[in-house]
Structures are given as C-alpha cells and as structure tokens.
Design a protein around this ligand. Sequence first.
Ligand code: AMP
Length: 290
Amino acid sequence: MDQLTSIASQRAWSRARRAAGERISFVPTMGALHEGHLSLVRRARQDAKRVVVSIYVNPTQFDNPEDLSAYPVTLAADLALLEKEGVDAVFLPTTSEMYPNGYCTFVEVVGPLTDKMCAIARPGHFRGVATVVTKLFTIVEPDSAVFGQKDLQQVLIISRMTGDLALPVEVLVSPTLRDPDGLAMSSRNRRLNPEMRAKALSLPFGLEQANRAFKQGERTAVKLEELLYNELLVHPGVDVDYATIVELPGFNEPEFANDQCILAAAVFVDGVRLIDHIHLGGQSLTVAQA
Ligand code: AMP
C-alpha cells in the first residue's frame, strides 16, 4: 500500500494508473476508521481495480475549534485496517499542503440543501466539505468516489456539486452500517462511555418509533417528529439540534410526510454530536434498548 503525502505524488500515482488503463475509485475519510468506512472501501473495490483512501481531518469543515481538537486520530490502526483491505494508496496530506499560506478559494453549494438541518447548527461546515472534496477530486482524479448514506445531506450536496461543476467523477452512495445494538457507526462513538451510549440509542429507537407510526398511517410531520423528540428528551444530557422531516430530492419540509421523506436528526449526547436518519416507510431498524 503506497502512502502519499504530497499533492504532486498523489497526482502522479493516479495518472500512472490511469495511463495503464486502470479505473480508480476513491474514499475520502477523516480517519478513526471503523467498519462503516471499510464498507465504503469494499464498495470502491467492486467498482474499480484501484482504490485510493484519503485520511485528512479537514479544518475548514469544523465550525467549532473544540470539536476539531477532540476529533479522534488513530493513524497507525487506520493504516493497518486499510492495508488489510488491500487498499492501493492512502493519501495523507498536511494542512499546509491543502491550505497553503494565503489560501482563499472556497466552493459553496447554495439553496435548500444547505439552508437547513446540519447547515444551520454548523455554519460553514458544508462549504468546507465541498471545498475539500473538490480539491481532493482534482488531486486524486478518481473515476468514482464512494460516500456513506449516513451523512445524507453531505452526499446530496456533493452529488449536486459534482453535477453542477461537471466534475468527471461518479458519486456512489453506500448504506449506513450499524453496530449490533442499532447505533450508526461513527468515529465520534469512541467518545461515548456505556452510559452515554445507552442514551445515544434513543436516536435510532426514536427514528424507528416514527417509522412504525408512519407505517401505521400517521402522516402529520410534526407528530412524527414529536415521537422522536419524546424518545430523546427523556434522557438528561441529551439535547436535540434538529429532528426534521424532509422530502427527497428537493429537501422541502412538507406538512404531511410521504414515502419520499426522511426523518433526520442531530443530537448532542453529553456534548458529543451524533446524526442519523430513516426513510419513512423503509426498512425497520432493530435497536437493542433505549
Ligand atoms: P468521516 O470519516 O466521518 O468523514 O466519514 C467518511 C465517509 O464514511 C463518509 O462518506 C461517511 O458518510 C462514511 N461513513 C461514516 N460512518 C458510516 C457508517 N456508519 N456507514 C457507512 N458509511 C459511513
């Protein structure tokens, strides 16, 4: 597995593979890898002969410096996992490489995708994501890139951006991986002690309660959202950032839900921010306990 730290070396690596007629699939990550990330690597492997993974904790997507400094870093373990998966190259840029002195260029997606949900509580977050992904695409020059459905708003924004800018990259979406207790895997879960984790389970549990009610005929969006709030707010230390029903693909907030809708939420569990969502009328979630 090649480890590349400069833009020039990653670009040369990718160009050599493409010149040999090999397809490249790319998985951008911020490290602290878990099975969810590895499932994206496997999806990339199905798509292309060569798989490139980047590990870079992108500072421009953190609106809160404490969140950035608390972000877990487990590089040696990450590299061992990627090696075992047969990844061909890992791109590990430094911040001076990605954002050299005087850097002042950003990519911003505007409109309904970036004026609600995570965009409200995390100003500048998606601008940072769009900017770093664009830059990574121009460095790695992949044929495809794989993103997790878990960060649904993010992947919708990236798809929009890739289409709008006619970037020659196919955006692939891979399903959310969950732990056996039902909690969506996340690098941030490392910060949950067992008591916090038990509280965090009220997120998938509440989503499933709303999904069940939807399947039984409830359509009023605020009532479905309330079912989730009711599960979350009984726990001391759990704060709700948002719990919102939006319709795909336009991202409007309907008064009455339909089967094109998702219920999405972000919560703080004793200060740790977690996100999750469910497609109303879709597959049920099995949650150990809430
Ligand atoms: P991150 O390192 O958190 O920026 O995530 C890197 C990629 O992994 C993103 O495309 C995420 O959506 C994806 N990802 C994170 N958690 C999961 C999960 N539980 N299941 C599937 N994909 C995930």
